[in-house]
Ligand binder design. Structure first.
Ligand SMILES: CC(=O)SCCNC(=O)CCNC(=O)[C@H](O)C(C)(C)COP(=O)(O)OP(=O)(O)OC[C@H]1O[C@@H](n2cnc3c(N)ncnc32)[C@H](O)[C@@H]1OP(=O)(O)O
Ligand SMILES: N[C@@H](CCO)C(=O)O
Length: 465
């Protein structure tokens, strides 16, 4: 059967979705129709992806990378040091692809996309989407590109959830040869769900949220305060207590940070009463005429503004420039629904997960982080104990959950060793599976981000293309 051909709508989408423009060199195609797990049908909707390298003659050297909660298809932006000849994502031997998942603002269908049936953004009427939907849509993209087999599917955190969905959906078919899952879970925990709820409530409580119709609201503002607070709360779950203590302790912001805050519209108190009022509301975005009165502390006798706070506020501000509140709600709800046993095992009084995991047949590499308080090492052990052909590795990083985006060297080492062990044919020049493409960079969808992270994140050791 011929591969389906989808219309390239990259240019069109970049005109209507400003977030999609943040991702250099991705392709956006239009899928005619997909019936979601919730029963709704998406029609004529965009899906964004980026590729590196090319298919081998058997068309089975695909390396599928699933991004995390706020990531995009731009792997070189957030996992850049793992990409390159001799690295985990070796475009000289694999056809590497990362497909932006549903609900994310970076190009695939989400609340910021235009619903072609109304001509308006989906906004809060965007349907509930799940990791299973991502899997179904990603398979359509892979088919359209001629992929007949996946050498490896990898993902961290929410990306790991989708990688496990691949494992479950194609179990025993030979389509997915190996799986690498980092800092993830086979189902969202009560702890994860609760943090997501807290973050959504931050957004809901912003008066500018306007039931999700802020983009057309007469109030003329987005719920920046709520989204920023949500990111701050999330960040605390992405790092560890120890990393904050070591990094910030009770340190005070430098003059530079205070100067930046002043430029951001800080108001100085005119009298004693105003000083008390300003101090009380310090950090509130709704404070009249001021977004941040941190400069107060330069004269205050009692310090109330610490580096830990300036870090969180900085991160919150950075995030609202690159993310949309309705998308944040959509993707956290998606995360909550994740459970690989759903629809695959009969309801019973017993916990179905251990048994279900024991039926997965592909070799899995599970990488957990000891200091991860969000997707605990215990959850990785559960995967490692029950998936028959699995290898469990532990990162001793103090960085908490985000270590999967920070500890490039050790992750690259575990992954390359696993791939060479489990996929020897892709490393053997005589196997016919691999043609080492000397000029693989000709097959990079785009090399033009100048080595700069679009999002100002993960700057360390970014591969400069
Ligand atoms: C769509 C995409 O592709 S997004 C890009 C990839 N990102 C993802 O996929 C996930 C999102 N990213 C993350 O979760 C994280 O940002 C990570 C794990 C990748 C790295 O985090 P970073 O934010 O780069 O690192 P870190 O926590 O060290 O923060 C550094 C920033 O905080 C600033 N900062 C540090 N301390 C302070 C402080 N006390 N006060 C104010 N600012 C501070 C630094 O100046 C730096 O600013 P910059 O980002 O403008 O350079
Ligand atoms: N830092 C990651 C954490 C979620 O895994 C993100 O923002 O996507």
């Amino acid at each position: 059967m011929a591969n389906p051909v989808y219309r390239d709508i990259t240019g069109e989408q970049c005109k209507t979705n400003s977030y999609a423009k943040l991702v250099p060199g991705q392709t956006i195609v239009e899928i005619p129709e997909y019936v979601l797990e919730c029963g709704e049908t998406l029609r004529n909707f965009p899906v964004a992806y980026k590729t590196w390298g090319r298919l081998n003659k058997d068309q089975d050297n695909a390396f599928v990378i699933c991004h995390a909660l706020t990531g995009s298809s731009d792997v070189q932006d957030w996992w850049g040091p793992l990409l390159g000849t001799g690295k985990t994502f070796d475009p000289s031997r694999f056809f590497i692809i990362c497909i932006n998942f549903l609900g994310s603002p970076y190009g695939s269908c989400s609340p910021v996309s235009i619903d072609k049936s109304t001509g308006k953004p989906y906004g809060p009427s965007f349907p509930l989407v799940t990791a299973k939907d991502d899997l179904g849509i990603q398979k359509m993209i892979l088919d359209s590109l001629g992929v007949k087999g996946i050498a490896c599917v990898i993902g961290g955190s929410m990306g790991g959830m989708i990688a496990l969905e691949y494992s479950a959906a194609f179990n025993d078919t030979g389509y997915v040869k190996t799986v690498i899952a980092l800092a993830t879970a086979a189902r969202a925990s009560a702890w994860c769900i609760s943090w997501n709820e807290t973050q959504r409530q931050c957004i809901f409580s912003d008066p500018y949220y306007d039931d999700g119709y802020y983009y057309e609201s007469e109030l003329g503002h987005k719920p920046d305060s709520g989204l920023s607070a949500a990111r701050m709360a999330a960040l605390l779950t992405y790092r560890s207590r120890n990393s904050f203590e070591t990094r910030f302790g009770r340190k005070l912001p430098t003059n530079k940070i205070l100067e930046d805050a002043q430029q951001d519209g800080v108001r100085f108190p005119k009298n004693k009463d105003e000083e008390k009022w300003l101090l009380h509301n310090e950090g509130s975005r709704f404070q009249d005429g001021s977004r941040d009165s941190s400069a107060l502390n330069s004269s205050a006798k009692l310090q109330t503004y610490f580096t830990a706070q300036s870090y969180l506020r900085y991160q919150g501000n950075k995030f609202i420039k690159r993310f949309d509140a309705n998308c944040y709600i959509s993707i956290t709800r998606k995360l909550d629904t994740h459970d690989i046993t759903r629809g695959r095992i009969l309801e019973s009084d017993e916990d179905p997960l251990p048994h279900y995991l024991s039926t997965l047949t592909s070799p899995h590499l599970i990488i957990g982080i000891e200091s991860d308080g969000l997707f605990t090492y215990g959850e990785q052990q559960l995967l490692g104990q029950h998936i028959p052909q699995s290898q469990l590795e532990k990162l001793d990083s103090p960085e908490g959950h985000d270590a999967f985006l920070l500890e490039f060297e050790v992750i690259d080492k575990y992954c390359t060793q696993f791939l060479q062990l489990k996929l020897p044919e892709y490393f053997d020049a005589n196997s016919g599976k691999v043609e080492v493409f000397e000029n693989w960079s000709d097959y990079v969808a785009s090399t033009d981000n100048g080595g700069n992270s679009v999002f100002g994140e993960a700057e360390k050791n970014i591969t400069n293309w």
